[in-house]
Ligand binder design. Structure first.
Ligand code: PMP
Length: 454
């Protein structure tokens, strides 16, 4: 982006929040301290890392008071918008009463949130174990599946992301996130069902069927013929918004169950109304998992996650002692309950559906206009733009995606990046966005796409 390009910057959408003047350490001081003392593996976005000191709804402010429209929602975490007054108040009220109580004592918070979550899920999925992160939730789901089935092998989908702990890293398939120290095995990765990336030919449904048969092949030839579980994201997030045709998951679930395995949905990104038409991602594909893991949106920014399953599967954890110091603590439970209230009271699922449709239509118009866009994928307010330097060859436009993310930031829009080649731009705002926010994001992307091709 050049200074001339910035002169055509779209105007920011309206906002009535006035940020407080920032009085903390400078961005340079923070950067220097971080470089000196924070593990270098903790990376920051942008050539010039952005410091964020305040947030309200769909907006965040840097230390100079500059406003940004957050279309990445802290990596899809802040579903209800930053610092939602009702959710903040729930936290404050709880903080004044009791901040910590482990599960060795009774507290109403854990029982109430567990019941609220069960009510959101299909009948039978009513036994909740809270954790502090999505990685822990997936670890625990895998443990329960192995204990319940007596099998060891787990199958995940290529390009999937399931976490960064040693064993969740084993579930994760993307090489970007895998260290040689990964654990969790035996874990196998089946071919991705997304027609855009699949090596298989045919209609999306044919590709999905062939990808499902790859799961069967893995079970036959790479496992002892039996599996503990199949774990997949209903739409891959970090993997670049990929998903199979609607026949994919039903077919895989049938195959996995026929071989004694449990079917598990990682709803860390797709859950909590983001996909619009449904509250959970798996509902789009007409399947009912045996285990559902969730994080991010469940706490609107608070470290909260959960594994929900059927009682007979959950009972495996009574074989030994299992304990998690902070999981299910009163503060997290208060936030979780307030999040569910806000999604319902403010009609955020409907907003995700309607604003998501506007966003998607706009992205498709951009795809007609910009040759750099190879594909637009996603559901509701979880959309991805796959950038390719050559549409026919589907050559990933990695540098252009990075440049677009930078250009958008310069114009006041925060978006994300994903995909194995880092060429998929992730457009995933909080669920409270307005038409004006969506139109602003589309204008920024339009200007940015023009600028990155020069
Ligand atoms: N599963 C998915 C689909 C995720 O996107 C993430 C986080 N990006 C995780 C699991 C891991 O969650 P956490 O970072 O809370 O451990």
């Amino acid at each position: 982006m050049t200074a001339t390009d910035l002169s055509v910057c779209p105007a920011l959408p309206p906002c009535d929040h006035q940020p407080a003047p920032y009085q903390g350490p400078s961005r340079e001081e923070v950067l220097a301290l971080r470089r000196q003392h924070v593990n270098p593996g903790v990376f920051a976005y942008y050539r010039e890392p952005l410091m964020i000191v305040e947030g309200k709804g769909q907006f965040v402010w840097d230390e100079t008071g500059r406003r940004y429209v957050d279309f990445f929602a802290g990596i899809l975490t802040v579903a209800c918008g930053h610092c939602h007054p009702k959710i903040t108040q729930a936290l404050i009220d709880q903080a004044h009463k009791l901040q910590h109580a482990t599960t060795i004592y009774l507290h109403p918070g854990i029982a109430e949130l567990a019941a609220r979550l069960a009510a959101k899920l299909p009948a039978g999925l009513d036994c909740v174990y809270f954790t502090n992160s999505g990685s822990e939730a997936n670890d625990l789901a895998m443990t329960m599946a192995r204990l319940y089935t007596g099998h060891r092998d787990v199958i995940c989908v290529r390009n999937g992301y399931h976490g960064g702990t040693s064993s969740a890293m084993g579930l994760t398939s993307m090489s970007t996130w895998k260290f040689s120290a990964q654990g969790g095995g035996p874990i196998h990765h089946s071919l991705n069902p997304d027609p855009y990336y699949s090596p298989f030919q045919g209609s999306p449904e044919e590709v999905a069927e062939k990808a499902a048969l790859d799961v069967l092949e893995l079970i036959r030839y790479s496992t002892p013929g039996k599996v503990a579980a199949f774990l997949a994201e209903p739409i891959q997030g970090a993997g670049g918004l990929t998903m199979g045709a609607p026949n994919y998951l039903p077919r895989v679930y049938e195959i996995v169950r026929a071989h004694g395995g449990l079917c598990m949905a990682d709803e860390v990104q797709t859950g909590f109304a983001r996909t619009g038409e449904h509250f959970w991602g798996f509902e789009h594909w007409g399947v009912v998992p045996d285990v559902v893991t969730m994080a991010k949106g469940i706490g609107n920014g608070y470290p909260l996650a959960a594994v929900v399953t059927r009682r007979e599967i959950a009972e495996t954890l009574t074989e030994r002692v299992h304990f998690n110091t902070f999981a299910g603590n009163p503060m997290a439970m208060a936030m979780g309950r307030a999040v569910l209230d806000v999604i319902e009271e403010e009609g955020l699922q409907r907003n995700a559906l309607e604003r998501g449709a506007r966003l998607r239509a706009g992205l498709e118009r951009l795809a007609d206009k910009h040759a750099l866009i190879g594909d637009v994928r996603g559901l509701g307010l979880m959309q991805g733009i796959d950038l390719t330097t050559d549409r026919a060859q589907r050559t990933p436009a990695t540098a252009e995606a990075a440049a677009l993310v930078e250009a958008a930031r310069e114009m006041g829009l925060l978006i994300g990046k994903g995909g194995l080649a880092g060429n998929v731009v992730r457009v995933t705002p909080p669920l409270c966005v307005t038409d004006a926010d969506v139109d602003f994001a589309l204008e920024v992307l339009d200007v940015g796409l023009r600028a990155v091709v020069g």
